[in-house]
Write a protein that binds this ligand. Structure first.
Ligand code: KG4
Ligand code: ZN
Length: 345
């Protein structure tokens, strides 16, 4: 079964071809990062226009790399939510057009659910054991989800304010680092500079399964301001201080994320854990999870499959038994609990 996966929910135009739900034949990602970096974050209208410009070349490249003709594709999966409406529309419109012209089954895919299915692409290291705990941490979402089976999800905890990736992006901005902030924070983080007064709070660390990152963001901004006042110039001009601040921030946020995954595993009696979303690419988080969670196997896809990609859309589509008709519309606020359970293979 050959599936074309199309992803345009945010700022990557991504198209992949995947065989039998786990064999990656091509994975084309046209990133808009350089365009949005000039604005310090994603500008929705610019994102939609950039998707329109990139999507046909991405399709051609993806089919070429896979050595597959569009006629040979068995199903078309496309993200229809959650995400930016104008961005989602570009991918959904391409998927509908291809499905109509080539008479292919069309499947609208939930972006958060697809991040979970990235683990299925790690076929050599992965055999699912339900129930399992998934944490999806991205630019727009931080959710702890109990996955009882394919398509059966219960949200156990989520952020009350900012998403983890959003917090990384904002902290990077405070430090004068570029967008997206997560990889920048990771690159610069270092505890070489010996200072003891930069410690950051760990919001809700000891309580429940929800997250809150806006207090951490404010504490970080306040600390940056007071430190700049203390040294008499903007701390963004001091690379060592920037590195230490980045390290403190990364320590705080990764400790909270790893601890909550562990708590969710313990409380739910899950048999394994899966981590996905752009923040799961973070090396410190991956290491903490490996050190901290020993009671069940944990799968974190390779970093290139944690960030947005079309392969996870195709992997997820493989397990669906239903088809959408040509009236499929985007749903920017789609929840993972909206999935129709009975429609899975
Ligand atoms: O899943 P994703 O690619 O797109 C959304 O669905 O939002 O996640 C993007 C987010 C951004 O906030 C980015 O800063 C963060 O993931 N991110 C990281 C790393 N790589 C990407 N955060 C921390 N460390 C990283 N290495
Ligand atoms: Zn994502």
């Amino acid at each position: 079964m050959i599936i074309l996966g199309i992803e345009t929910s945010c700022d990557e135009t991504a198209i992949s071809v995947v065989e039998n739900g786990s064999n990656l034949l091509s994975n084309v990602i046209r990133s808009q990062v350089e365009i949005h970096a000039q604005h310090g974050g994603i500008v929705p209208e610019i994102a939609s226009r950039a998707h329109v410009a990139a999507i046909i070349p991405a399709l051609q490249q993806s089919l070429n790399n896979a050595n597959v003709k569009i006629e040979e594709v068995d199903k078309i999966g496309v993200t229809f939510g959650p995400g930016l409406a104008g961005s989602l529309l570009v991918g959904v419109n391409l998927a509908k057009t291809l499905a109509y012209i080539y008479k292919k089954p069309l499947l609208g895919i939930n972006h958060i659910e697809a991040h979970i299915y990235s683990s299925w692409l790690e076929k050599d290291n992965f055999s699912p054991k339900f129930p399992l705990i998934c944490m999806v941490a991205s630019g727009g979402h931080t959710e702890l989800i109990l996955m009882k089976n394919h398509g059966e999800y219960q949200i156990l905890g989520q952020t009350k304010d900012d998403a983890a990736g959003e917090a990384f992006d904002k902290a990077a901005r405070v430090l004068g680092l570029s967008y997206p902030g997560g990889p920048e924070i990771q690159k610069h983080a270092s505890d070489e500079l010996d200072v003891s007064d930069l410690g950051m709070p760990r919001p809700l660390l000891r309580e429940g399964l929800d997250f809150s990152f806006s207090g951490l963001k404010t504490a970080f901004l306040n600390k940056a301001r007071s430190k700049s006042a203390e040294i008499g110039f903007d701390l963004t001009q001091d690379p060592q201080l920037v590195s230490r601040m980045a390290w403190e921030f990364q320590e705080a946020i990764t400790e909270v994320l790893a601890t909550k995954i562990e708590r969710a595993v313990n409380l739910s009696g899950a048999k394994m854990a899966i981590v996905g979303g752009g923040v799961a690419a973070n090396a410190r988080l991956r290491q903490r999870i490996e050190d901290q969670i020993k009671q069940v196997p944990v799968v974190i896809p390779r970093p290139g499959l944690c960030i947005d990609n079309g392969a996870m859309i195709a992997a997820c589509a493989y397990f669906k038994g239903y088809e959408h008709n040509i009236e499929l519309d985007v749903n920017p606020g789609l929840s993972i609990e909206d999935n129709p359970i009975s429609n899975y293979l």
